[in-house]
Design a protein. Structure first.
Length: 122
């Protein structure tokens, strides 16, 4: 479904998050995280990522999320497993309101908007 969504004045990301996409990517990320051995979690995935995923699934996470991304240094250094990068990126991009491609901006009443595609809830 195509929807005109306001862009955040600070980040230029979406101010409204697709709830269907959020649930889908959060459930996939949570399924991956629940397979992490708590005794062998050197990057703290269960401590840092899982609470954010669970808050998103409960609807308690303020969206768009403006907090820091866990593991910023590890990502920059290339230390994290590729599987983590693949499963976590859709979640973090979604909660932040990140664009998949540069939006075509529409100015209306001094505010910036762009067309977004939301997944069908059915």
């Amino acid at each position: 479904m195509r929807k005109l969504v306001q862009l955040d004045d600070e980040t230029w990301g979406w101010t409204e998050i697709d709830p269907v996409r959020l649930r889908r990517v959060a459930q996939a990320f949570k399924a991956w995280l629940t397979k992490v051995d708590p005794q062998d979690d050197p990057f703290g995935f269960l401590e840092q990522d899982l609470p954010l995923v669970e808050a998103a699934l409960r609807g308690d996470l303020p969206l768009p999320f403006k907090g820091g991304e866990p593991h910023t240094r590890e990502i920059g250094e290339g230390w994290l497993p590729p599987a983590y990068m693949e499963i976590s990126a859709p979640f973090y991009n979604t909660i932040r309101g990140a664009h998949l491609e540069p939006p075509r901006i529409i100015e209306k009443d001094g505010k910036r908007y762009a067309w977004a595609y939301f997944e069908d809830p059915h």
